[in-house]
Structures are given as structure tokens and as C-alpha cells.
Write a protein that binds this ligand. Sequence first.
Ligand code: AHR
Length: 508
Amino acid sequence: MSAVVDLDVTGPTISPHVYGHFAEHLGRCIYDGFYVGEDSEVPNEGGIRLDLVEALRALDIPNLRWPGGCFADEYHWMNGIGPKEGRPRMVNTHWGDVEENNHFGTHEFMALCELLGAEPYVSGNVGSGTVREMSEWVEYLTRRGDSPMARMRRENGREDPWKVRFWGIGNEAWGCGGNMTAEEFAAQARTFATYCRDQGDNRLYRIAAGASDDDYRWTEALMRTVSGLGGAGADERHGHAPIQAVSFHYYTVTGPTWEQKGSATDFTADDYYRTLLKAQGMERVLGGHARVMDAYDPDKRIGLVCDEWGTWFDVEPGTNPGFLFQQNTLRDALVASLHFDVFHRFADRLVMANIAQTVNVLQAMVLTDGPEMVLTPTYHVFRMNRRHQGAASLAVHVLSETPAREVDGQQLRTFSASASVREDAALLSLTNLDTEQPVTLTVDLRGRAVGEPTGEVLTAAELSAHNVPGGAGAVAPRPFDGARLEGSTLTVELPPHSFATVQLPLRG
Ligand code: AHR
């Protein structure tokens, strides 16, 4: 295969926030994941697990979405502040029907974000909350001066307001977030967002809950409501633009029924290809939402956010079905690398994306087991790709036919690539999905002189290779010796079922 990359013809900047994360009160994501409690033997700060924080800091996590998901529309934030022993309890009806003690609340979440160096993305309750409740949460978090909520925050030990930019208005309002029609939700979102005030110099970026998969009608209904009011700041009289972005969710889930999504670790090569075909669908779906938005907002002032994405398999045998705990193999890693290529290509519209979820739930970065912890294959893709965050996107022009295979009557492209550039270096991400054939790619690098390539490759003998607590790292990146430079031609030999990053220092 051959391709051309013009290193001096840069596209839109890749928003760092497409490498965002998601932590819901679900299964062992918060409790027994991020939060072990202050009395735990696992080293922690204020109950937050420190080995986990250290591992995640290496990913340069740009933002963390919380408290849900479906949980967000049942969550009443005032139950999660003040002395822990006095906090009211509730039942987490969506996820396992377990009791929630509210020990991890607003202050603990903001402390976690500070430890991670990530921006908070708070998901507000529209489904069972009130406009006043959401408005007061914003005031509690962000108001500097004197006010009832600012005083309450100080009484709870925090003098200064926090900076909070990303604010979610509801979640999956078509389902767990209230079973609304698109039109009903659009009207609600407009009202809720209006009363989420910019306090002082804190500027909110309000994200209206969006569609599932390819429900473009939902996006259209939101855009009809939002585009005359929203990010464009049309309400100049009041200087207040209620909604700055709309979201959607897209999960890589296959299987004949929802009850039979397939095992995360026990799968055939056909299952593998079917999963990757579904993952490749992100390009079509993201493109579909982007085109609807273009019709209402050609100047791209309203952002698109995919605040839940990732694989969804059957839970690990013997675990609570409501906890969504699944293992994570090389297949998951390749799902992630395909998604990032798509996200980079849509840098002009996509402002944020959040993997579901960071710890112990669905396509996680980290799995914990008591004091032990492992990094998943997906974690490594996030780390290997992290220098795309905030870089200028570059087009990878493939000149020859992209290898493909037929899967369930559709074409799965078995090679994928994306690239970006910053002042001193270019970064190429390359994925070969073929389980047996390597790929040889020659890239004509034009426009800037480059130095010797360095890189990393992630692969394993088995597609189902994964990492277990206490085991040796079966799937981990190693230095990549498959990239050679002659003049301005880069030749890359990519092994079967692998993901590689190649970094090229720029000269002049
Ligand atoms: O990520 C798990 C769940 O998936 C979220 O709570 C919900 O928004 C989605 O259906």
C-alpha cells in the first residue's frame, strides 16, 4: 500500500477532549475502583486510590465525565455533600439495585479531577431533578461571591469556587433519562440550560444529551431548537447562549440479542471481525450527525460530543449482571484505535468523546482486584496516541486500494490510519486488523524534512490476549522496529492484528 502525507498542509486541531473519560456510579467504577475509602489499606488520598491516579496521569486525561450515565438522572447532588456519615442513602436502581451511600460526592469528584489533572464534566439531572436543583449545583461549584450555595460550599470546607466548564444537560433522555421524545427533551434542555448560569468569570460549555447511534432525527430536533439560540450566542440582548454542544452515544455491541452480546475473551475470528465492523460504523454515524449539524450550523459553532463509546460484551461469568464488568483484549485495543482515527478525521466538528468507562466497567483502562491493578490493552492505545491531543490533524491520502474483507455482507477495511503534527514532530497511528496478513505501507512524506522514526507497537499472539491482576503483562507495547526512512519515504511493516504509532521528528 502507498500513501501521501503533506506535513505542511494542516487540518483542524484535534481537540484534546476527544481523549476524555467517564466514571459512573456503576458496579466497581467509583466504589472499589477510583474510591476505596479513607480507611482502606490501599494507599489513597481522601479515599481516592493513588496507584490508579498515577497510572491514569500517564494518559494526560483531559476531562472526566461524572456521575453518569443513567445514574446521573437519579442523582441528587445535595445528598453527596457534608459529613459522610450524615449523607442520605439511595438505591441505585439502574445498576445492580445496590445501596449507594453517597460517600463519593461533589467534593470527592472535584478532588479526583485535581489529582488527575483533568477538567470536570458534570452531568446534570434532567430526568428526575429540577431546574432549581441543577442551577444551585452550578452556583455551589462555581460562585465566588456571597450566596446561599457559596456559603454552603464554604461550610463544607471549600473556600474558593472550582472552575467547571463542561456541563451535561441530561443523559439518554430518549431512554433511562426520562423516556422523552426529541421535541420534549429539546424544550426541557433549553430551560434547564438557561438557568445554569455563568457565575463570575466561569464560562459553562453546556452539552445537551443526544441521540443513540444513528438517530439523526434526534440531533435534528435538538439543532432546530438550539441553533437559533445556542453556541452562536444569538441571544445578544442577554448575552447568554444556553447550549454550546449536542452529544450522541455509540457502543460497539454485536450479538443476536441484547442478552447475548458475546464474551469479551472467548470469541472466534469471525466474532472479532464482526466487532470491528461495528466499530468502523462510528465513521458513518459520526458523519451522519455532523451533516445534520452542518445544515443548521454551517460555521460549526455548536460542538458535537460523543460522551459514551466503547465495547459492550456480556459480563464476566459469576459477576453481577448490573455491574457491567468485562475483560479487555487486543480486540478492544483495536476498536479504540479505529475510533481515534475517526475522531481525528472529524476534528472540525467533534469537540469531545468519552470512553465508557475508565475503571472496572465496560471498555476500561484499568481493572482492579483488591490491592492489585492491571492496565488493559485499551489503556496502551490511549497512552500511545496521547500526543495527538491538541495537535493539528493531517490527512493520510491512501493511493492504493485499502485492503478489505467481507463481513456479514459488508466491507470491513482492514487497514486504518491517522496523523497529526505539532511544532517539533509528526505522529502516525496505524492499525492492521487482518488476523493473518501483515501490511507493508510506504508513505511519501512531503513538505517538511523529517528525522529518524521511532515508535511502539501493540500486538499479541492471540486476538483474545488480555491482562489479569497478578499476571505478567501479556499485552503491552514494545519498541517498534518496523519503520524505516529513506529520504522522504517512510516504509512501515505492520504485523497482523496490531496497532503502531510512529513518531517523526521534524527538521526545519
Ligand atoms: O455506560 C453504561 C450506560 O450506557 C450509561 O449509564 C448509559 O448512559 C448508557 O446506556
